[in-house]
Write a protein that binds this ligand. Structure first.
Ligand code: PMP
Length: 422
């Protein structure tokens, strides 16, 4: 399989060889790295991708959820083109940012005010800074298996290196309500904030239980720490994100990914009282700078993406399509009697090579890692492009025919790999 992969991709190999000279690993984005070399993409249209060697793929990676609108949504392209025609870097506020902020505040019930960044990572950095400024406390609690950006990567089952952390943090186990509540109470009035993904995305598409999030809400209310929902990925799960779906309100929320129609984006928001720490009208306001925070392309595209395309009905339809797809995947694995299970919620799903249910992150065994690798490369060979860890993030152009094509490939994988998986 490895030989076939290499033989089919001479151009990708060449691109990698050149890049390796000048970039460590030949790469500038950890998630896109794999051996022997990653497939280089050249072009996309709708939910189709073409690689550097001209091979065609069904794109189910969906740019790790940022590609919600596909590669050729004409309304977004028109908005970006119109913005570009009026000048790229105006070094001033413009009307699109206030309008986009209003759209976000209108959708997410706990968000009274919001500010923009260039990425989800930055949104989390600023939310944590804001929480520390607001509370006058320093400590942060996060969860093992969580991911909040390049500097906030918390693998499960591995020591979390302080070298990787921009600020000191404490950790608790995901989906363990009693353990988390105890950790919050123990930290007491030293704890500024708890940051949590309502579904761990990078950790393997593992949804939080309502009980767990409610325990975080109750314990933080008790101690005065702020509860931050990282909805960078999960905001797509309803018109108002997971907070609306579950009816649990955080103090702050962070956003990213698809919200600027595919342009670079991040945002953090929350209760007006908390966000007021950044209010320049007030003496001693906290700084929140960033050359590209209100870049004209993201602001213009975001208004069209949220204001005109991804409404309530679209969000619900996408969610249901994903639910149906995940159930069908699991039915196939079950039919073959395999130790294989897809977790997730709505339009995001992730295969695991062990029996379900899977309710918490875990450290994969060597065998499980091998199966994951096999799945990824088998899907590539079948012309289906996924995240390396197997995650599927549906985009709006993905329809019934595309889902059926994926299911057929999963079926084929199960049949072919049955001897190793059973
Ligand atoms: N939080 C979560 C939950 C994410 O999934 C990601 C990105 N995968 C981030 C934060 C970081 O966003 P970005 O890559 O835009 O910095």
């Amino acid at each position: 399989a490895r030989e076939a992969y290499v033989a089919a991709r001479p151009k990708s190999a060449e691109i990698h060889t050149q890049a390796r000279e000048v970039m460590p690993g030949g790469n500038t984005r950890t998630v896109l790295f794999y051996t022997p070399f990653p497939t280089a993409m050249q072009r996309g249209e709708g939910c189709t991708l073409w690689d550097a060697d001209g091979r065609e793929y069904l794109d189910l990676c969906g740019e790790y959820t940022a590609g919600l609108f596909g590669h050729s949504e004409q309304r977004i392209i028109a908005a970006v083109a119109a913005a570009m025609a009026k000048g790229l870097n105006l070094a001033a506020v413009g009307e699109n940012e206030g309008k986009l902020a209003a759209l976000i505040c209108g959708r997410f019930p706990s968000v009274d005010q919001v500010r923009f960044t260039n990425s989800g990572t930055e949104a989390n950095i600023m939310a944590l800074a804001g929480a520390r400024g607001f509370t006058g406390r320093t400590e942060i609690l996060a969860f093992r298996g969580g991911y909040h950006g390049g500097v906030f990567t918390f693998p499960f089952g591995a020591p979390i290196s302080p070298v990787n952390l921009p600020i000191p943090m404490r950790f608790a186990d995901y989906n363990d309500p009693a353990g988390a509540a105890a950790a919050i109470r123990e930290a007491g009035d030293a704890l500024a904030a708890v940051i949590v993904e309502p579904m761990q995305g990078s950790g393997g598409c593992i949804p939080a239980t309502r009980e767990f999030l409610q325990a975080l809400r109750d314990a933080t209310t008790e101690t005065g720490a702020l509860l931050i929902f990282d909805e960078v990925m999960t905001s797509r799960h309803s018109y108002g994100g997971m907070q609306k779906r579950l009816g649990i309100m955080p103090d702050m929320t962070t956003f990213g990914k698809y919200m600027a129609g595919g342009m670079s984006f991040g945002a953090f928001g929350g209760r007006a009282e908390v966000m007021a720490v950044f209010d320049g009208h007030k003496p001693g306001a906290m700084p929140h700078a960033g050359t590209f925070n209100n870049n004209v392309l993201s602001m213009a595209a975001g208004n069209v993406a949220l204001g005109e395309i991804f409404g309530e009905a679209e969000a619900e339809a996408l969610f249901q399509r994903g639910e149906t797809l995940r159930e069908a995947c699991n039915a196939i694995a079950q039919k073959h009697g395999l130790a294989m299970h897809f977790t997730g919620l709505g339009s995001m799903l992730n295969p695991h090579f062990r029996a379900g249910p899977i309710t918490a992150p875990y450290k994969a065994t060597v065998e499980e890692e091998q199966m994951r690798e096999l799945f990824f490369f088998d899907m590539l060979a079948a012309g289906i492009y996924l995240a390396r860890r197997g995650m599927v993030a549906l985009s709006l152009p993905v329809g019934d025919a595309e889902c059926d094509r994926f299911l057929a490939a999963v079926e084929e994988f199960c049949a072919a790999r049955k001897p190793v998986l059973a």
